[in-house]
Structure formats: C-alpha cells, structure tokens
Design a protein around this ligand. Structure first.
Ligand code: PLP
Length: 497
C-alpha cells in the first residue's frame, strides 16, 4: 500500500455566529424594534442634537477580536447610535426633501438582502432583471410618461442608486453620442469643445456629473431663471448661439421639474424645441416632483417630456421606497448601452451573446447591482397606485393649506410658487430673524426644516412629504413657527430700544 499524498493542513471550518434558528429569533426582534421605533419616532428630537465626534467617542478604539452577542450589538444601537440619528421618518420632518421608507419597502429590501443576489447580468438572476424591466414599464403607463421610454419600444428603464448617478449616465451617453463615441475610444481630447447647460437653480449633482465626466465645470453654463425660478428659454437660446459662434459644441441640457430650492418647474416644451433645433441631448431631472405624476391631475407637469432623451425621478424621496432607488429612463437605450458596455471573457454567456436579454450592468456605472426592484414592487403592490395617489394628494393639500396660512399672516410672506408640496416662505423682518428662526426651531427638536436663498433672500423651506405627516403635525409646526418668530421679533425690538 502506497502512502497517500500529504494534504495541506485544513483548519476547522469557520463558525457563523447565527444559525437559522437564532437568525429567526434575532430577526423577529429587529422587526419588533423597527415597528416600535416607527410608533415612537415622534418622541425623538427630529434633528440629532449631538456635537461632532460624540458618537465616535463612545465606540471602542479597535474592532473586537471575538464575536459579541447580538443583544450587546442591539443595545449599542439604542445606547450609542440613536442619539446621533436625525429622524427622517418623523412626521415632523420638513427639511430638504423627504427620504421616505415604508413597511412593505423595508420588507422588500430585507428579502433582497436575504436572497443576496447580484444582478449584473440577466443570467445571474433572470427574475431581478425581468421584474425591474417590467416595473419600469408599469411606471411609464402609470405616470403617463412617453411610450418611447418603454422597453418594448426603443427605450427602457433601469433602477439606479441615485439621481446623481442617473444624471451622470445621461451625460455620458450624450457625450458619446455627440463625439461619435470618440471619448470612449481616444479619451478626453474629443470632448474639448463640448458645452452643457442647466439653470442656476439646478441641483449640485449636475455640476458634479460634469466634473466626473471630465468636461470641466467651466463648460457647464448656468442659464438664467425667470421670476418663478424656472429656466428662461431665451437665455438658453442666447447662450447656445454664442457658444456655437465661438466654435464650441453645445450637447446636453438638464431641465428640472421641481428644483431643490423652490420646486420650480422648467418649461419643457420650449426647451425641447431648442434642444431639437440645436441637436442637444435633453435630460429631465424630476427627482422629487416626478412621483406626483402618478396622479392624472399632475401629469401636465410632464408636458413636453415626449421629446426628452432621458428622465429620472426618485421613488426614494416621495414614493415610499426606502433609499436608494432612482428610476431612470432613456428614449434610445442603444446610446446608453453602447456608452457603458464592456464585455470581458468571464462575463460572457449564451443569453447575453444572443442579444435577447437586458444586462443591466450596461445601463449604469457599477458592474454589480442589488435587487432593488423588489422593494419597489412591494410598495406598488401593497399600496396600489390609488394608495400612492392618496398620499400625494394629501401632502399637496396640506402644503396648499400651509401656504394659505402664510399668505394670511401679516408678518410672513411667500417666496416662490407652490406647485406641489414645498412651501418657500419668510418672515418679513429680514435675513437675520429668518436665520435665527430656523436655528431656534431646529434646536427645539420638535420639528426640522431647512432653508435656501432665493433672489438673494434667506428663505425657509417647508417640505411636506413625510409618509407619517398629518394635518395635526403641520398645524403644530405653523403654530410653533409663528410663536417662535414673535418671540424673536419682540426680543429684537427690546434690544433695539
Ligand atoms: N435632483 C434634484 C432636483 C434633487 O432635489 C436632488 C436631491 O434632493 C437630486 C437631484 C439628488 O438626488 P440623489 O440624492 O438621488 O442623487
């Protein structure tokens, strides 16, 4: 008998801290914890009140060598982390734009984590790709979007992490189309003459995309806006003509439906006409406002979108789908795919090569992708379109009510139109009192709102879109705003005396 060859010494297999039974037990506890949290979320100060560094100070210097009990970990969530949480799910959250979560969405996300698939190719989980394509087509119909965005036509939709990424993808596809895919081949030189356009009110992610795409932020033109903070098509036309005359190549416009500062709506029809005439790719960013189009009465906001080359909105803002989830459509998927596709040997498979499937890795920046459509599917199926419309209409009605209170009050004024659910307003007493008002309100912990500057004025933004917000919360907020402003004004008066 010959000796068996000696195998390298194989250690004991790794131990996993949770088996199926303890995962089940702890999992139930976490679900209970979340349900309790949602029930008591309005008892926390909305804006975290901790000082910088306070959370890190309470964390151990080094990672633990030995695994710890789940009880200990969960206790630290409560003890150490909760003071450093700003409660975006509080009904008294009126800052920025909402970042809503909802029970079906959380469960969909949990299921996605449990399945743990990576849907880079159709073949790596056909259900993930096909569900995503299907839901994106559902939304085209439900929101009255142009039929050219349908996957069954020339376009198609894809879920991206954020609007920032969607905008970047639109910009890259436009860049390649404008340079006959030269930048992809030869690098930046081919892009030297490209110029992009957006309004002075566009989100900062537009400039960031231009920087990342290597175009240079000096080649992004800030187009003037009108008195309602919507882009001025005449200024756009003027700037495009001047750039052409200077030998430059205008190639991309980003219009916004619902600007971040004031929810201004850029007029799509004249912008579409300008883009067509001058051969620009027309992208529309409706990150916050897009959700409103689930209601037929708000679909006219999208008038002119038929001519858009790409469009995005964020279900992770107003549509009850927890972060992150951006819906992005293109009219010509060929341009996007050609821009982003890359096929190494190790990803080749029969379905991709037959060209009969979508491989979503070609539709966005990363290779890997989560099963994000699952949470969106859970939300749409649980609420139904009618349930979602009800929430949208409720928030818009609350916002219009709030606007009416501001208009009725002698000490306050409205600072911008309120087409949907963002009310921009200010105290008539000047910037200092408005600044102090925001600080004092947020420090109280009972609500959280943010500010912007419009036409040179410091302005408060009351963004009413949190899933749990009801009339009583908006009433209490208005009462607190009025009382706090009155206290600040009388303090100013007595110190001036
Ligand atoms: N566009 C607009 C109009 C926004 O209001 C925002 C964020 O509030 C964004 C883009 C960026 O969104 P995201 O965080 O999904 O990149």
């Amino acid at each position: 008998m010959t000796d068996r060859p000696k195998l390298p010494l194989v250690p004991e297999p790794p131990q996993h801290p949770m088996d199926a039974e303890s995962f089940r037990r702890h999992g139930h506890r976490v679900i209970d914890w979340i349900a309790d949290y949602w029930q008591r979320v309005d008892s926390y100060p909305v804006l975290s009140q901790v000082e910088p560094g306070a959370i890190r100070q309470r964390l151990p210097q080094r990672a633990p060598e030995q695994g710890e009990s789940f009880e200990a970990i969960l206790a630290d969530v409560e003890e150490i982390l909760m003071p450093g949480i700003t409660h975006w799910q509080s009904p008294n959250f009126f800052a920025f734009f909402p970042s809503n979560s909802s029970p079906p969405s959380v469960l969909g996300d949990l299921l996605s984590s449990g399945l743990g698939i990576q849907g880079m190719l159709w073949a790596t989980s056909p259900a993930a790709t096909e569900l995503e394509t299907h839901i994106m087509d559902w939304l085209v119909e439900a929101m009255g979007l142009p039929s050219s965005f349908l996957s069954t036509e020339s376009g198609g939709g894809v879920i991206q992490d954020t609007a920032s990424s969607a905008t970047l993808c639109s910009l890259l596809a436009a860049r390649e189309q404008a340079t006959d895919f030269e930048v992809n081949r030869r690098g930046g030189e081919a892009a030297a003459k490209l110029v992009a356009y957006t309004s002075t009110q566009a989100h900062s992610s537009i400039e960031k995309a231009v920087k990342i795409a290597g175009l240079g932020s000096e080649n992004l033109r800030a187009v003037a806006v009108d008195q309602d903070f919507a882009i001025d098509p005449e200024d756009l036309e003027r700037q495009i003509v001047a750039d052409r005359e200077a030998g430059l190549q205008p190639f991309w416009l980003c219009a916004t439906l619902g600007t971040t500062s004031s929810s201004a709506m850029d007029p799509l029809p004249p912008l579409a006409e300008i883009c067509q005439r001058h051969g620009l790719w027309f992208h529309v960013d409706a990150a916050m406002a897009g959700t409103a189009a689930l209601c037929p009465e708000f679909q006219p906001l999208h008038q002119g979108l038929e001519e858009a080359d790409s469009y995005c909105f964020n279900p992770h803002k107003w549509m009850l789908t927890n972060f992150d989830c951006t819906a992005f459509w293109v009219r010509d998927r060929g341009a996007l795919i050609r821009t982003l596709t890359i096929l190494p040997e190790y990803l080749k498979n029969e379905a991709s090569e037959a060209g009969t499937v979508f491989d979503y890795r070609d539709w966005h920046i990363p290779l890997g992708r989560r099963f994000r459509s699952l949470k969106l599917w859970f939300v749409i199926r649980s609420y139904g379109l009618e349930g979602l419309r009800r929430m949208i209409r409720y928030h818009v009605a609350l916002s219009q009510q709030f606007r009416a209170w501001v208009l009725d009050h002698p000490d306050f004024e409205i600072s911008a139109p309120t087409p949907l659910n963002l009310v921009c307003f200010r105290h008539r007493g000047g910037d200092d009192i408005n600044r102090a008002l925001v600080e004092r309100l947020n420090a109280s912990g009972s609500l959280y709102l943010s500010h912007t500057v419009l036409g040179g004025d410091y302005v408060l933004r009351m963004s009413i879109g949190q899933a749990r917000t009801e009339a009583s919360h908006v009433e209490a907020a208005w009462q607190q705003i009025v009382e706090t402003a009155a206290a600040l004004a009388s303090r100013n008066e007595s110190s001036n005396r």
